[in-house]
Design a protein around this ligand. Sequence first.
Ligand code: SF4
Length: 432
Amino acid sequence: MTDYKISVGELAQFWRRGDINFRFTGRSTAIEGIRGHQAIQRKRGDEYVSEKPVSIDLLRGGFSIRIQGRVDGFIPVSTPPLVEEIKTLRIDVSDLPSAIRETHLAQLKIYAHIISVNEKIPFLGVRLCYLNLDDERESWVEEQYSQGALASFFEVTLARYTDWLTSEKAWRAVRDESISKSAFPHGEYRSGQRDMAVAAYRSLAQGQQIVMQAPTGIGKTMATVFPAVKVLPESAFSKVFYLSAKTSGKSVAEKTIYELDRAGFRLRSVTLTAKEKICFSPGVPCDPEHCNYARGYFDRLGDCMKDALDGHSLFTRELVEQIARENVLCPFELSLDLSRSADLIVCDYNYVFDPAVYLRRFFEDSIGKYALLVDEAHNLVDRGRDMFSAELMKSSFLKLRRTMLKKFRWLQHDWRRLTERSSLCAGSPRMN
Ligand code: SF4
C-alpha cells in the first residue's frame, strides 16, 4: 500500500529558492494559461501526446511513495524522444528570474525521469517552452539527458522530500500517541453532545458524510473537532479542515483546538487568514521590487519553518504574523507553507471549494484524503453560488464605452444606432 502520495509539481517545489514573484504565476491568468497550453498542444501535430499521465511507485528510506502527474506533452517518435513542459507568462522570457526557471526545469526533469524508467528510454530530450500570452511568442530551451543523469537528479530531489517525510513521521508518532492517551477535555459531555460526537466519529471512521443540526450551547465545535482528531491515527485522512464563513466561527475552532492542546493532545494547527487582511504591504504587487517580504522569501523559509515547528504548534493569525515579521517573510505565504505540516487547518470555505482560490497543493490531482468539518453548512449554498457565478458590472461597460468613443470617434454613430435598436428590441432602458 502507498503511504505517501505527491504530485510532480509539488515535488519540484523542493527546489524553490529566491523570491515570491507573482508577475509570472498570478492566478488571474489561469484560464488564459490553460488556453495557451491548448493552443500550443494543437500546433504540435499528430505524434504529440498531450497531457500524458505519468506515475511511479517506489520505496525510499522506509517510505512507500507514489509520485504522479500529467506532463504537458510527449513526442515518442522524435530522436531522442522528447518531453515538453509549457509555461505561460506575461513578460519577456529573458526577464524570467533564474530561480523560477530552475524550478520549472526541475519539474520537467522529474517527468522525464519517470518516463525514462517506465518506458525504458535510455536517452531523452526535454523542452521547456514559454508562451508569452500578450504577443503569443514561443521561446524554449531544449536539453538532452541520459537515463543515469535524470536518475541522479531525481534521487537528490527525492532525498529532500524524504528528509521532510522523516520529520513529519516523527511528529505523527508524537501526535498519535498523545491522541490515544488523551480523553474528552471537558470531562462530562453536555446533553446531546456525546450523541453528536459519536455520530461524527462513526461517519469519519467510515469515510462517509453526515449533516448535523443541534441547538446553540450544545458544544458543536468540540463535538466535531474532538472525534475528527480521535479518528486521525487510524484513518486515511492526513489532515482535518475546519471550514467557517465567519471570523467568529474560526475563533471558536481555535479555542477548541487550544482546549485539546491543554488536555494533552499534541496537534499542529494553522489558521489561514485572507491575503488582503494579513498582507504586510497592502496594495502592492507580490514581487521583490515592491515588497520586502517577498524578496528572498524562499531562501529564508527553510530555517524559519524548522524553528517555528520546533517551538510552536498552534499557529493562529497572531503567531503567524509575529514569526513572519521576525523573519521578514510574507505572512500569507508562510501560513500556506506551514499548512503542509499541519494536522488541522482552520480557514474559509473558499480554500476548499472556490475554483479560483482553492488550495492546489492539497486538492489538485486528488492526491490526499482530508476530513472536512463545515461550520454552519447552510451558508455554503449562497457562498457556492458566488464562487461559481460570473459578474458583469455595468460600470465597466460604461468605462470601456467612454474610452472607445474618445479614441474612435467614428464609432459614435454606430453606437447610437446599436443602443437605439437594442432598447427597442428588449424594451429596456438605454445604456447611455
Ligand atoms: S506581504 Fe503582501 S504584498 Fe508582500 S508578498 Fe505577501 S501578500 Fe504579497
